[in-house]
Write a protein that binds this ligand. Structure first.
Ligand code: PLP
Length: 413
């Protein structure tokens, strides 16, 4: 029997019928797999990662051969030039000086460097870190690390039922402090009052990982101390990001070594990744206003279509929000059941919250907004982006009624 070398499956299987004594051909497992693979897929999880842009790929392919930008010879100078051009591009788009752009391995590292770096920079071990409970784990766990290992006091910033930080309810902060706030929430897309948070007057870290490419960002205008971004959220490569760190911000490095990246992030830089980040950012902001408009039209049609079929669905995305986010709750269904059933129908979306060691918990973001646990457990997030078309929305609307009914029938775990 000849097997497919990739799958080790036989290309055709036969069944024997005892009643007729005949063998009949039926589609083999390999054929069934192939048929499934050929069904169009609909990717609606851009908030998790957004597919690589063609501009990114082209720029990176050219830069892949570049060497160590620290080299004091022609090939080193060439790599250095590409790296510095990427830095200048990022600085020009995000409103800062090139020296304030520190390339990192992504959003998580940038958040860690921003929060721990600013906290250590205070030189006051008992100081406060004010943090909204709706932040990404990269921020929450950095703050918790500062509390558990470095003596920080954590202060929960109040959040309203709309998913926005509510500064009217903010307790006063005594003594030295670092404040952190995301620009837009990764689950709901809710845009946060970052300018008001910066205006509290403390060294401030902003996690702009979801916002970059959808909102105008002027780092100097904002006045934050540090700001995190991640390339793969806007069509760049995964595994590269940046921390914007103001010249006068006191940030203590976490990665020590050769002193690259202004001494804040030692290690030989990945020039091709930085070039890819800059290319993706350039392409993203080039048509940002029109693209935001296109995405919010598609997103609104998706919401109206889902709501028309699933009358008890709850919308967790409240304006002002990112244009491509639609975070929903289906009472009486598990988010995991919903996304597995959508996946089987060719639709890729997520619950929006990470699951911890296989135990699915309701999202901390939704619970912080006061969403009841049964609704929070039925969470499903669609996030639209540069590859999304009408056909993707149509595909969801064609199956959502049946998918929700089946997920409800499966019940709660
Ligand atoms: N911050 C936010 C708001 C995010 O959405 C993410 C990724 O989902 C991160 C930080 C972490 O970014 P990265 O995946 O680049 O480490």
């Amino acid at each position: 029997m000849i097997c497919d070398p990739a799958t080790n499956l036989t290309p055709m299987s036969t069944t024997f019928s005892a009643a007729t004594g005949q063998r009949s051909a039926k589609p083999s497992a390999l054929e069934a797999l192939r048929a499934k693979a050929q069904k169009p897929r609909h990717y609606l999880d851009h908030a998790a990662t957004s597919p690589l842009r063609s501009e990114t790929r082209e720029a990176m392919v050219e830069a892949l051969e570049l060497g160590n930008p620290g080299g004091q010879y022609a090939s080193g100078r060439k790599a250095r030039q590409a790296l510095e051009e990427a830095r200048e591009t990022v600085a020009g788009i995000l409103g800062c000086e090139p020296i304030e752009v520190i390339f990192t391995s992504g959003g998580t590292e940038s958040d860690n460097l921003g929060i721990q770096g600013l906290f250590l920079g205070l030189g006051a071990p008992g100081a406060t870190i004010a943090v909204p409970p709706i932040e990404h784990d990269a921020v929450l766990k950095s703050a918790a690390f500062c509390r558990d290992r470095l003596g920080a006091k954590l202060l929960d910033m109040p959040v309203g039922s709309d998913g926005r930080v509510d500064l009217a309810e903010m307790p006063s902060i005594d003594g030295p402090a670092v404040v952190t706030c995301m620009w837009a929430n990764n689950e709901t897309g809710a845009i946060q009052p970052v300018q008001d948070v910066v205006d509290l007057g403390f060294p401030t870290h902003i996690d702009a990982v979801q916002a970059v490419g959808h909102v105008d960002i002027n780092f100097h205008g904002l006045g934050a101390s540090t700001l995190a971004l991640s390339a793969h959220k806007f069509g760049g490569p995964r595994g590269v990001g940046a921390l914007l760190a103001r010249r006068d911000a006191k940030v203590i490095s976490q990665v020590n070594g050769g002193g690259q990246e202004r001494g804040l992030r030692s290690g030989t830089p990945d020039v091709a990744a930085a070039v890819g980040l800059a290319a993706a950012l350039t392409a993203t902001v080039a048509d940002m206003a029109a693209e935001n408009e296109r995405l919010s039209t598609l997103r609104n049609r998706l919401w109206e279509g889902v709501h028309g079929q699933v009358r008890d669905v709850v919308k967790h995305t409240n304006d002002p929000a990112l244009p491509g986010h639609l975070h929903l709750g289906v009472p009486g269904a598990e988010g995991d059941s919903l996304i597995m059933l959508f996946d089987a129908a060719g639709i890729e979306c997520s619950t929006g919250s990470a699951c911890n060691a296989g135990v699915n918990r309701p999202s901390h973001v939704l619970l912080s907004m006061g969403v009841p646990e049964d609704v929070a457990r039925g969470a499903v997030r669609f996030s639209l982006g540069h590859t999304t078309t009408e056909a993707d929305v149509d595909a969801v609307l064609a199956v959502v009624g049946d998918t929700v009914a089946r997920a409800k029938a499966a019940g709660m775990a």
